[in-house]
Ligand binder design. Structure first.
Ligand SMILES: [Zn+2]
Length: 832
């Protein structure tokens, strides 16, 4: 293989901004120990949070191995406990939570192209949606690229891991263990990587912690609870901090100190007696003539002066030339880079590249500042700096120790530059896999920054090149200095005032669109891409947008009385802008920003659009109250379907105020997330007793104890029952019940076109006062009757439903709107 090619893709494994991490003398010493270690461990499971952070932290910090976690998915399909992001956006959050966890435990992070499409009951179903061969290809690629000595799975192949994705991750690890070494498997990869045979495969057996009676004979044991004096922490402390980064899953955990036993069942490779890495050369002795490098690093460590790490620089330079002479290109690249990082740390080098704003757009001229300082060594020279948008590389004059060097540079952002977007989300994807063309991106956790500088400097004659992304820095009076990577955005972006608008033949809606200019001013014409039977007033709107200004425009939409309509349909409506200077028309994009304290700000750019639903839905009773749960878009969707919705808080919990509402809906997981449910519930039940209709959406079982009150007038028990097949048959149990006839006649067609699932956390037992109305089940499983329970209470109606309206309504599923309209109207049914 050509060296340049190897270099190119190995570098894609490294974090671009890692070189500015604080590096104490202790940390440098720890890194020197790592430099002297050449063993590698790859941990494989399915989701963010599956990984055993104790074992990762132990392998990376105590054994000093290159350690990595391959999560097959980005956790897109889970439930978000900290915000409303779902699907791809949730996957973005969880990707960053994994990276935040790895920053703490010292492991690297990889992914496959698999999408977490939601709960799956067995590996066969999982593989039928992912495409087994596609994901196996990515696992093999990661093994061939990372070259682990051993592989450890979190789950067994036999199903005890529960979730189908879990078992699938173990099956793929077993198959990839052999396939990675077989040149006939995925030979197209061999242009970039070599075949690789890991030595052993283990299952990190969790049964002993689940069941104290587990037979431990034949299991290997390891104490991962060691104390690391250089870091001043037990592995248990590092692991708990790492795991607690999974905040969107609510996985903050208790810190543990002292012995922590881990258990292993060997699945492949030659058997071991005492240690996973037994008999594997994990030092420089695995390289021809590597022994002298071991000795050189050992002698450097024994003479290391923590007050003067820069004093080791001359010896590091010698070791650098020894590493340069080894034949093994793979280790030469990795260890050469590690050694350069240690040089940077010993010399106290810091660099950054900043702009005055967090976003730029094509064609703009952007003033930037490049800063560089070395604080420890004496022989540092700054040689050159290049960046996107700089024609000539910047040449430097002399720089001096501990004096900050600044260079102001104007960047011209290329007119044809792509917008900043996560690489796996640039194209539409199917349920099973993300789509991207560049094979070298396989496995990488995130896109590279769109604009970065490439800086070359030398330390005692060793030339080092590093990339520093263009960042925007600001000071928050409470949090202090913060920074974010500068994003390239389109010149104009757009956002609609709601995700979905629902029309019956008589409805009209005002659709408001806000345009944000991210560059120079422009004149244009705005229009919506609508189905023919929707009338739009006006058809076009003139646009004058000032430089970096925002402006709001509105269109009134209604159903044409003359054109033929499709009774039940949904469509995505986009917006076009014709630029009157260039005469070019473009579909406008929207920018979604995801901002939480524990992860870097994430942005996603996609077509600005809303879902237009046309339905024959009839509404009975339109005045609704809504009690907030964990966060959902149901209320917004109902407002744009012709209902009036009032968000209810404590001051509404009085009979005379509640009785104004035709129905009251309780948001998802309200009994898990809204502490006020305990005090609201008596008033809400009183409202039902007096003739009201109360509709409660799903709650989960494990957290229900947060609120010490029954969720209904009669007892029911929530289970983990869910129906994940969005096409599963929905059998109507009580055909003449008004829920299926009033005011809308519900037929099987209303259950077509649903997304992701039918529902979740169905009750499994209930008081005889409830009537179950629907039966459904996943293929090959017994059908369940807990999806929709209805009971009379006093003069009113109580409804509990695990049906995932919170997914179906924002997705614009007409049948879900019609069914919801019937639940809302149930109290209006007069028996005729
Ligand atoms: Zn999992």
């Amino acid at each position: 293989m050509k060296k340049s090619l190897l270099l190119l893709f190995l570098l894609s494994f490294f974090n671009l901004s890692a070189q500015n991490e604080p590096s104490s003398s202790n940390r440098i010493l720890q890194n020197l120990q790592k430099l002297n270690t050449l063993g590698s461990v790859l941990y494989i499971a399915a989701h963010p949070d599956d990984e055993n952070t104790r074992l990762l932290a132990y392998m990376a910090n105590e054994r000093h191995y290159r350690t990595a976690y391959l999560s097959l998915t980005r956790g897109d399909g889970g439930q978000n406990l900290i915000g409303t992001e779902q699907g791809d956006e949730l996957g973005l959050i969880r990707t960053q939570e994994l990276l935040a966890a790895r920053k703490i435990d010292g492991a690297e992070q990889f992914f496959t192209r698999a999408n977490d499409f939601g709960f799956s009951k067995n590996p066969e179903e999982t593989f039928s949606i992912w495409g087994k061969e596609d994901i196996l290809r990515d696992v093999v690629w990661t093994i061939r690229k990372f070259r682990p000595d051993i592989i450890i799975t979190r789950f067994p192949t036999t199903g005890e891991g529960g979730h189908g994705h879990h078992t699938a991750s173990a099956i793929l690890a077993v198959e990839a263990f052999d396939a990675a070494a077989d040149p006939k498997r995925f030979p197209e990869q061999l242009k970039y990587v070599q075949v690789w045979q890991p030595k052993r495969l283990f299952w990190n057996n969790f049964m002993p912690s689940r069941d104290a009676k587990t037979d431990l004979s034949g299991m290997l044991k390891l104490d991962a609870g060691t104390y690391n004096a250089l870091l001043g922490e037990s592995i248990g402390e590092i692991a708990a901090k790492s795991r607690s980064q999974h905040k969107s899953q609510g996985f903050g955990v208790k810190i543990t100190r002292g012995e922590m036993l881990e258990f292993f069942t060997q699945l492949k490779g030659d058997p071991v007696k005492a240690d996973l890495m037994e008999g594997i050369f994990s030092g420089w002795s695995r390289i021809a003539n590597g022994g002298q490098i071991t000795l050189a690093i050992q002698s450097l460590i024994s003479g290391y002066d923590p007050f003067h790490p820069e004093a080791t620089i001359p010896k590091l330079v010698e070791i650098h030339s020894m590493i340069n002479k080894i034949d093994d290109a793979f280790w030469k690249e990795i260890k050469g880079r590690e050694l350069e990082d240690i040089l940077i740390q010993c010399a106290g080098v810091f660099a950054d590249f900043t702009a005055a704003d967090h976003a730029v757009s094509p064609g703009q001229v952007v003033p930037t500042t490049f800063s560089f300082i070395f604080r420890q060594a004496n022989m540092v020279n700054l040689l050159s700096m290049k960046a996107t948008g700089i024609v000539d590389s910047v040449k430097f004059k002399n720089i001096f120790k501990n004096k900050i060097y600044e260079e102001k540079v104007d960047l011209t952002i290329p007119a044809d530059i792509s917008s900043s977007n996560p690489y796996w989300l640039e194209k539409p994807h199917a349920a099973g896999v993300f789509v991207f063309n560049d094979v070298l991106l396989t496995g990488t956790p995130e896109s590279k920054p769109t604009i970065s500088s490439t800086v070359t400097f030398s330390i005692n004659g060793i030339r080092i090149t590093r990339n520093y992304p263009l960042i925007y820095k600001w000071v928050d009076p409470v949090k202090g200095e913060l920074s974010r990577i500068v994003q390239v955005l389109p010149k104009v972006t757009a956002v609609f005032n709601a995700p979905v608008f629902t029309f019956t033949s008589t409805d009209s809606h005002t659709v408001i669109i806000t345009l944000n200019g991210n560059g120079d001013s422009l004149n244009g014409e705005l229009s919506l891409n609508l189905p023919e039977f929707i009338e739009c007033r006006p058809k076009k709107l003139p646009v004058t947008l000032g430089k970096n200004k925002s402006q709001t425009y509105s269109f009134i939409l209604s159903v044409s009385p003359t054109r033929e309509v499709k009774p039940e349909m949904r469509t995505d409506v986009t917006v076009e802008l014709k630029d009157l200077q260039t005469n070019k028309t473009q579909v406008l994009k929207s920018v979604e920003r995801i901002s939480y304290d524990h992860i870097p700000i994430q942005t996603r750019i996609k077509d600005a659009s809303f879902v237009l639903v046309h339905t024959s839905m009839i509404r009975k009773g339109i005045n609704l109250g809504y009690v907030v749960g964990a966060g959902d878009e149901v209320a917004t969707c109902l407002i744009n379907a012709g209902y009036t919705v009032t968000m209810l808080d404590e001051k509404y919990m009085k009979p005379e105020l509640l009785k104004a509402f035709d129905a009251i809906i309780v948001g998802i997981r309200a009994f898990n997330a809204n502490e006020n449910m305990g005090t609201y519930m008596p008033s809400l039940l009183e409202y039902v007793k007096d003739g009201g209709t109360l509709i409660e959406q799903y709650n989960t079982k494990n957290w229900i104890s947060n609120v010490k009150v029954q969720p209904g007038p009669y007892a029911f028990e929530i289970s983990r029952d869910r129906v994940t097949d969005e096409k599963a048959t929905m059998k109507i149990l009580v055909a003449d019940h008004p829920v299926f006839s009033f005011p809308n006649r519900i037929t099987q067609a209303d259950f077509d076109g649903w997304v992701q699932e039918r529902g979740l956390y169905f009750p499994e037992k209930w008081d005889a006062a409830y009537t179950p109305l629907l039966e459904c089940g996943d293929p090959g499983e017994p059908a369940k009757q807990g999806a929709l329970l209805v009971a009379d209470y006093g003069k009113g109606k109580f409804i509990y439903t695990g049906i995932s309206f919170f997914r179906q309504l924002p997705a614009g599923v007409p049948g879900a709107y019609r069914l919801m309209a019937n639940l809302i109207g149930l109290g209006k049914y007069d028996g005729k």
